[in-house]
Design a protein around this ligand. Sequence first.
Ligand code: ADP
Ligand code: ADP
Ligand code: MG
Length: 666
Amino acid sequence: MFTKILIANRGEIACRVIKTARRMGIRTVAVYSEADANARHVRLADEAVLLGPAAARESYLVADKIIEACQRTGAQAVHPGYGFLSENEEFAEALTQAGLVFIGPPASAIRAMGSKSEAKKLMGTAKVPLTPGYHGDDQRPTLLHAEAEKIGYPVLIKAAAGGGGKGMRLVEKSEDFPDALASCKREALSSFGDDHVLIEKYITKPRHVEIQVFADTLGNCVYLFERDCSVQRRHQKVLEEAPAPGMTEARRREMGEAAVAAAKAVGYVGAGTVEFIANQDGSFFFMEMNTRLQVEHPVTEMITGQDLVEWQLRVAAGQPLPLRQEQLEIRGHALEARIYAEDANKGFLPATGKLVRLVPPAESINVRVDTGVEEGDEITPFYDPMIAKLIVWDETRDGALARMRKALADYRVAGLTTNIDFLSRLVACPAFGKADLDTGLIERQKDFLFPAAQPVPRDALLVATVGELLWEQHAAKQAAQHSGDPFSPWHARDGWRMNLSAARTISFMDGETLVEARVRYLGERWEISLGGETTVASGRKLEGDRFAVELDDRRLIASVVAVDDKRTVFLQGSTYSLLRDDPLHRVDAGDSHGGGLTAPMPGKVVALLAQPGQKVEKGTPLLILEAMKMEHTITAPAAGTLKAFCYAAGEQVTDGAALVEFEGDA
Ligand code: ADP
Ligand code: ADP
Ligand code: MG
């Protein structure tokens, strides 16, 4: 076994690999970019090597620097995690040539599966069932269009080199094909450096069911059952589970054996996943093979009781697979939810910012949290905005669902927008509860999942008000301790000096609505009039931002996190956002991104879609911005004239940068 390995990755997966290595007595070397100098994976590793600037192209993706880091630290093997260099055959080869071990499959297997087109050709020969479609080399647009006609709409255009749900376009009718093809090729070229595409029949109401396989260098290959990853947005997984609801023993064996055949056909070694798209009747087709450890591998670990990273390390060191097929079994049910910094209500737009508060649910044998960040860390625009993976296990699916609901309710994050509320609704959604799964679930359930904004409930407003009052008291006490005169009336916060009747108003903005709480001081308590009702309240500050509140005859524990004028209230498993409205410092919130002509986040301009001087209608696409993982189309906010573009295609823009000069019609 190795005595020291290097992890060529960051975030939760780097931390996850370090954990197993440490348990096995293997020393770990982390690598990091300038943006990650204080990242959790750097803090956890035994030693760490700086690679370069924040941009992955200049740090995490530079193979030579990683090899050099191995040589400097004496690491014998490299775990690539997922993403970055994990499916890069040249990297795998370069490591071997430098006398280092790549903890993954041979370069030849990566190459064979690297192109979805080539993989499909190969799988056809290995008699693995394929999604109907065209995966040939001839890439003339007219030919591709003709192939789409032959397959019959709807079709899916896919980048052969694609991954992560990127480089895919659904085409419903013939006239949309040329534009979709151009846009797909553009994204494919910029994301994967290769604009080769394939076309597939778009399966309606499908499920995504994938098989975890494992092979060693001695010729053994097993499957560790399936994961259902049907719950997706933009072809990206949101919730994953194992086993797949409704799976029969016979089908499981059939899919498992097809996956093993796929792995054997390319001389596979290590951990891999064969992804299938399945019809509701259970028939299934090969989509692609991911030649690495996947994000969702923990659900498989939870139901099999195996540590897949340990398996990877053993296989890479030349040992046999720890178990044979007949020794593997499924126990219970596991669910995973991906906690992202993103705004589900704005088309899952990635968010960035500081994790001012980050309190995950308590971990146990039922609840596991895999994360790469801690409170105080930042989610930057440079990398994937995943905050954590929340994995739960129980004997049954219903039990696991209950655990997931509770764990999501216990999660407290403030400082940036997350998808936690969205995930809570998703797991509470009856269709998901009944396991009525397909890749269109989120779209189909959108009324349930994206309800119109509800007013913040009165209890939460009372809690926010008490929070302000307690915080003032706390701050006054601290000021008094430092001023040398703790009894000075100027430090009192009982309201007497605010005005003679000892009453004042504390106001908040709940979205567009002004909420006013009228507060009268009653010694140790307050009388709060809000929304036409009056409540007698008191409170006691606990540690940090938590406090105990009494509202008339009820007692609650709540927490308020304050960042500038933002207030995040955590109360009984729900999170509410308010703005403290200070009439003296009222800011004009009118025009931050209102015009829609500023970059909603840092990114790159990929295409200009109109001509300067052109008259446009409201909604006319003006340019395409690529930010983090997606293309965003910036459209005209009104009828008017496009005066000029502020950037050329290919240029980077910062958050809030003006993108176009636009003049609305008078
Ligand atoms: P990636 O490399 O981005 O993971 P995949 O080929 O695995 O691309 O597809 C990602 C997702 O897109 C699938 O999980 C599925 O939801 C959807 N998808 C892919 N192919 C089809 C298809 N032929 N019909 C319907 N949906 C598909
Ligand atoms: P302590 O000094 O008691 O240890 P901390 O400084 O750790 O307290 O935490 C104070 C917390 O109180 C901060 O995280 C802040 O977000 C929170 N807080 C709650 N309500 C308010 C408020 N109205 N104004 C300012 N901070 C507030
Ligand atoms: Mg895939």
